[in-house]
Ligand binder design. Structure first.
Ligand code: TXA
Ligand code: MG
Length: 319
């Protein structure tokens, strides 16, 4: 099989209605989608991604009224946030309803649900009478795809169709939130900034985004989003004079380092939104070069910078 890349919503719709997997665009990253209510279709996602079955999937719906069908006791605090930010780069981890099969949530009682903000995918979702389970469309543990070509290069042999919605405008996965004991929990930092949540939720906000093996918290394995090359955070103490120019690449925030060829600048204007948009493309481009090591520079720890640095640290994590 070799994936076709195209813009046909009806083609994607037909494939999905017949139990196939299809790559879909979202504003965050491309997803590898299947009918979330069909266990056999969902199993094809795990197989294509090589994803361990203990790592649950996010389901995607087209409108807020769909939340009622697939979740139970959706907290009113989260509903207020949903009304403000959906569709958008935000996922809710809430109690699941009985029609979501076990395989979709890896046997967990909660389901992650979101409304992606992409015109093609919203139209597709609103034509289907089932939600789409969709993890990022990359082999497990690797960098998420933000263009159709990224998907094609890694999973092109395993999926029939990639719905082409252009490059993902946000470029970072969704922020995942839920409620525990009246506190708002952030399970994954992502495309929606924490500041936005603080304006809407006045209670306590807790960040719980680390898990070393078992994703009781959303699969936030310390090592994730990781290229194949050796990755190291670029710190002041690194002595550039002793680095082999031909074997080394740099992913930098806003300016080049002197004397090296393989450099990728995230945003010459120091714009964190642009940096997020370019991040995964930068990691992938450097990973393709005939080098051995990539130094990555952290960005300012504010706004989207929190999520960008989270991904950079995980990319550099040893295990
Ligand atoms: O932006 C996004 O969220 C993208 C696009 C395609 O929507 N999707 C995405 O999915 O990033 P994925 O599977 O790559 O990351 C979802 C994370 C995983 O770490 C998974 O463990 C966690 O969410 N997760 C999903 N359902 C969960 C559940 N029921 N309980 C705990 N964690 C869950
Ligand atoms: Mg992923």
């Amino acid at each position: 099989m070799t994936a076709e890349i195209g813009k046909s919503i009806s083609k994607a719709q037909n494939l999905l209605m017949n139990g196939n997997i299809v790559a879909i665009p979202t504003e965050t990253v491309y997803g590898l989608a299947a009918n979330a209510l069909d266990p056999l279709a969902v199993s094809k996602i795990y197989e294509a991604k090589n994803r361990p079955s203990f790592d649950p999937l996010i389901i995607h719906v087209g409108k807020i009224s769909d939340f009622e069908k697939y979740t139970l006791n959706f907290p009113k605090e989260l509903l207020a946030i949903a009304n403000k930010f959906c569709p958008g780069p935000l996922t809710f981890l809430v109690e699941k309803s009985g029609i979501i099969p076990e395989i979709t949530t890896s046997g967990l009682k909660k389901v992650a649900i979101r409304i992606p903000n992409h015109p093609l995918t919203l139209e597709l979702l609103n034509k289907l009478d089932f939600p789409l389970a969709a993890p990022s469309a990359n082999p497990f543990g690797y960098v998420s795809p933000t263009t159709p070509l990224h998907v094609f290069e890694q999973l092109g042999e395993r999926i029939p169709y990639i719905l082409d919605g252009g490059p993902c405008q946000v470029g970072l996965e969704s922020t995942i939130i839920g409620m525990e004991d009246e506190k708002l929990i952030v399970y994954r930092k992502g495309g929606l900034e924490l500041e936005s949540l603080k304006n809407l939720f006045l209670g306590e906000i807790i960040i719980k985004d680390h898990s070393s093996s078992n994703p009781e918290a959303p699969g936030m394995l310390d090592k994730h989003y990781s290229p194949n090359k050796r990755i190291e955070i670029l710190e002041q103490k690194v002595d550039l004079k002793h680095i082999d120019k031909d074997k080394t690449g740099f992913l930098l925030f806003n300016k080049e380092v002197e004397g090296f060829d393989n450099q990728f600048i995230l945003s010459a204007n120091s714009d964190l939104k642009e940096a997020a948009f370019r991040l995964f493309d930068g990691l992938r481009s450097l990973d393709k070069l005939p080098i051995e090591k990539i130094y990555i520079e952290l960005v300012p720890e504010i706004g989207l910078g929190l999520a960008i640095n989270d991904r950079l640290r995980r990319a550099a994590a040893k295990s």
